[in-house]
Design a protein around this ligand. Structure first.
Ligand code: FE2
Length: 216
């Protein structure tokens, strides 16, 4: 089964697809790249305070649209949980974790400013999720330029899986991220690849680099 474990194709609930038509088009592109299943990891951040109800409703809407259009992509509702004080403690308190493949939870850190985690210690949250029976997956570690190699290894040693973004190596996020991706790859720290597909700009980039889905 070829699975895109990270994408923002659900309509109108985060900074990904802004309408149902765009969502259906992005799903169509994922099928063209070879995916059979998409884990719909809409953001849960201070800006996009999605809940399981909101994500499930958006997922149902897109499922219907794909059925009408005969687009053979299985959708799994989930979220990308940013470890920030505005949303992460509430997520845990209310039990708003939507795992995929039974136990995977996609987490992310603030992209450019590591201090935004506040009092949250990412390694501790990895251990907490493992204790709860989940397998935490860190989204695009290559985009956190403030992390050191020692910190990456600390997260891996704590039991966190690493998800590389398709396009990171090829320059979708710039030269510095590309070089960081190479370092993490050479250290053998990645477990899986996801598209982190948000919009047509991403889709065009993947077409340009002849991106193809792989089994994992
Ligand atoms: Fe994402």
């Amino acid at each position: 089964m070829k699975v895109d474990c990270h994408c923002h194709i659900l309509p109108e609930i985060d900074d990904g697809s802004w309408c149902l038509e765009v969502s259906a088009d992005l799903a169509h592109r994922q099928v063209a790249w070879g995916f059979e299943r998409a884990i719909c990891t809409s953001h849960r951040t201070s800006l996009y305070r999605n809940t399981p109800d909101i994500v499930n409703r958006a997922c149902d809407r897109l499922r219907e649209a794909l059925a009408v259009r005969n687009i053979p992509l299985e959708l799994v509702p989930s979220m990308e949980y940013r470890l920030v004080p505005e949303t992460w403690p509430e997520t845990l308190e209310k039990g708003w974790l939507l795992p995929w493949e039974g136990h995977h939870i996609l987490i992310e850190l603030p992209i450019s400013d590591g201090t935004k985690v506040g009092d949250i210690v990412p390694v501790d949250e990895v251990k907490r999720l493992l204790d709860m029976g989940y397998e935490p997956v860190l989204a695009h570690p290559e985009r956190y330029m403030y992390l050191s190699m020692k910190e990456y290894i600390g997260l891996k040693d704590a039991g966190c899986l690493f998800q590389r973004n398709a396009g990171s190596l090829e320059g979708l996020y710039g030269q510095a991220v590309s070089e960081r991706t190479e370092l993490i790859m050479k250290a053998g720290l990645y477990n899986m690849v996801g598209t982190d597909l948000h919009n047509e700009r991403y889709a065009m980039f993947f077409d340009r680099i002849h991106f193809r889905a792989e089994e994992f």
